[in-house]
Design a protein around this ligand. Structure first.
Ligand code: NAG
Ligand code: NAG
Ligand code: NAG
Ligand code: NAG
Ligand code: NAG
Length: 533
């Protein structure tokens, strides 16, 4: 017997034997059907097939006519021959047995339970059980299979998460090669920028961009795309902030691959005066946050143990514990006014974006006294990416959130923001940010769970100036529906989401927009087997 379940879980096909043409095809209309129901339906068919000599049966369950009991499903799924419905002859005792709940422990240490559908069918054929024994065996096997499917499903979700957050070996290789170059080649250790260009770093007649990243390849694409598309590259200053461990590879890369006449500064966080002076609230907040996360909801083992929770919810709860969402590179933007005390305006870029146009017109936007120029994310063609309101990020069941914000307030995006640092310095934005981080810790992470956008939405509340969507197209890492033409026409594209362009899971039709800024004949890129496709 062969069994085929479509990946969407919407079609099940059973081919009862070699050379036999009969088959059963179940179309499932409802997405809410549980695995248990699915397996039962399947086995009903095999059961019916054996006892009723059904030749071909096709039926479907629609979402609206929900069946609460297994008996109901059995009847709804009764096989049809040439459109005529047959009365399924399933003894009531089978329904009764299948309906009885079963705990996980009842299955422990019972090696006789069939492990596969094939074993089950062989067993039934051999022992020719009565209806009750059949039902008991069926129930045991289905429960076992369901548990396995569940575990596998959770793992699948987690692997997807790991695939998107772990560092591929090519990037690792690149960092190592560059660090090696840094120690062996003086040309890779140049002060960036050179001494005569240092005054430009604090000169407000230049266009200042800030990029925080620990990924050299990603940073090189942002920098190259920014400079290559600029109409006045000699006026562009890019400040790259990185962490201690990435500093030497980053410095080596930009020393050996200068983007003249643009000015590139590479600095690790610990090089900033403000950072060295002590009292850095972001570090303290991150430590506290990490401590709270490790104990969040009893920790990972308690989360996994909950048998009634859906696999994707479990996976997302586990993700909330991941340090990825608490990275320094993400939190640092809240300190822009302190990091760049002499600058008036900066554009902050994420490292998963590509610049496709001259960005200097951003400085001409009248911010009307606001601090943060950002694109809105609640309207647009793309229903998935462009349907984000405050309620998508914040927990409005919590009284503190409910009394302070409007759930339908449109959200905005990080990734490409113009910040008026002068206006920022006259506000309490950073204080507000830390105040709410503290509140969230105090209420056991129940105000929001993931990322730095939720506290950002709160802190910049009332300080946001909406800019044209042309300046920032989101969602290229989420789905393949974004067409190449659409993406090409945007000023900046953002690969937010899992499918980062430097990972294997990138969408092949969108990756070239990123890859065109990587020089694949470069010796470091080539040496680490980073390829165009
Ligand atoms: C398990 O998940 C269910 C469904 O969300 C929830 O109602 C229940 O409280 C959870 N149990 C535990 C022990 O967390
Ligand atoms: C910032 O907070 C201080 C103290 O809470 C308050 O006195 C001041 O008015 C606030 N400033 C602004 C611009 O909101
Ligand atoms: C949202 O807030 C309510 C009220 O404090 C809390 O019971 C609930 O667990 C929170 N939800 C999440 C997902 O944290
Ligand atoms: C992508 O496009 C297909 C076909 O046009 C459509 O069925 C599907 O719903 C779209 N997916 C998303 C996430 O928009
Ligand atoms: C790419 O790298 C090769 C080898 O280092 C170099 O000769 C070439 O000029 C580079 N191309 C660009 C566009 O930078």
């Amino acid at each position: 017997m062969q069994l085929h379940i479509s990946p969407s879980l919407r079609h099940v096909t059973v081919l009862p034997g070699k050379g036999v043409r009969e088959f059963i095809n179940v179309k499932i209309g409802s997405r809410r059907l549980s695995y248990r129901m699915l397996f039962y339906m399947l086995l009903f068919f095999t059961f019916l097939l054996r006892f009723l000599f059904v030749m071909t049966a096709v039926d479907s369950i629609e979402g609206e006519t929900k069946c609460a009991t297994i008996g109901c499903i059995g009847k709804r799924l009764g096989p049809r021959i040439l459109g005529r419905k047959l009365e399924p002859n399933v003894p009531d005792v089978i329904y009764q047995v299948l309906q009885q709940p079963m705990t996980k422990d009842e299955l422990k240490g019972r090696p006789e339970i069939p492990q596969t559908l094939e074993d089950f069918m062989a067993d039934i054929k051999e022992s020719r059980p009565d209806a009750k024994t059949f039902a008991l065996k069926l129930r045991d096997m289905v429960t076992l299979l369901e548990q396995r499917t569940r575990t596998a499903k959770i793992q699948e979700y987690l692997y997807r998460h790991i695939a998107s957050s772990s560092i591929p070996k090519q990037l690792h290789c690149l960092a190592l090669k560059l660090a090696n170059e840094h120690s062996s080649n003086a040309a890779a250790r140049q002060q960036l920028p050179t001494a005569e260009l240092v005054p430009a770093l604090v000169d407000n007649s230049h266009f200042h961009f800030v990029l925080a990243s620990d990924n050299v390849l990603a940073a090189s694409v942002v920098a190259t795309s920014l400079v290559r598309n600029s109409l006045r590259p000699h006026k562009v200053v890019l400040h790259i902030i990185t962490d201690k461990k990435t500093y030497s590879p980053m410095q080596a890369w930009f020393s050996l691959h200068p983007l003249d006449p643009a000015i590139i500064e590479v600095k690790a966080l610990h090089h900033f005066d403000w950072f060295a002076k002590g009292k850095v609230p972001v570090l303290e907040a991150m430590e506290k946050d990490q401590r709270a996360r490790s104990k969040f909801r009893g920790g990972s083992s308690v989360i996994v143990k909950n048998n009634t929770e859906k696999p994707h919810i479990i996976a997302s709860k586990l993700q909330a514990l991941s340090p990825k969402y608490n990275s320094m590179m993400n939190h640092i933007r809240i300190h822009l006014p302190e990091l760049f005390p002499s600058l008036n305006k900066v554009v902050f870029l994420d490292d998963d974006i590509v610049v496709q146009t001259d960005l200097t017109p951003l400085w001409d936007i009248n911010m009307k006294g606001k601090v943060n120029g950002a694109v809105q994310t609640c309207q647009g063609n793309d229903k998935f990416v462009m349907s984000k309101r405050f309620k998508s990020y914040l927990n409005f069941s919590h009284p503190l959130i409910r009394k302070s914000f409007n759930p339908n307030q449109c959200a905005w995006a990080y990734g490409m923001n113009i910040f008026d640092l002068k206006a920022w310095r006259n506000s309490n934005i950073s204080l507000t940010y830390y105040h709410w981080l503290e509140q969230n810790l105090k209420s056991d992470l129940s105000l929001w769970q993931l990322g730095t956008l939720p506290p950002g939405l709160i802190a910049f509340h009332g300080h946001v100036h909406i800019i044209d969507p042309f300046w920032h197209m989101l969602g290229l890492g989420y789905q393949e529906n974004t067409t190449l033409t659409e993406a090409k026409s945007a000023g900046v594209i953002h690969f937010n989401g899992r499918a980062k362009p430097w990972l294997e899971i990138a969408f092949p039709h969108l990756r070239p927009l990123w890859a065109k800024y990587v020089n694949f004949s470069d010796k470091f890129i080539k040496g680490c087997h980073i390829r165009a496709s």
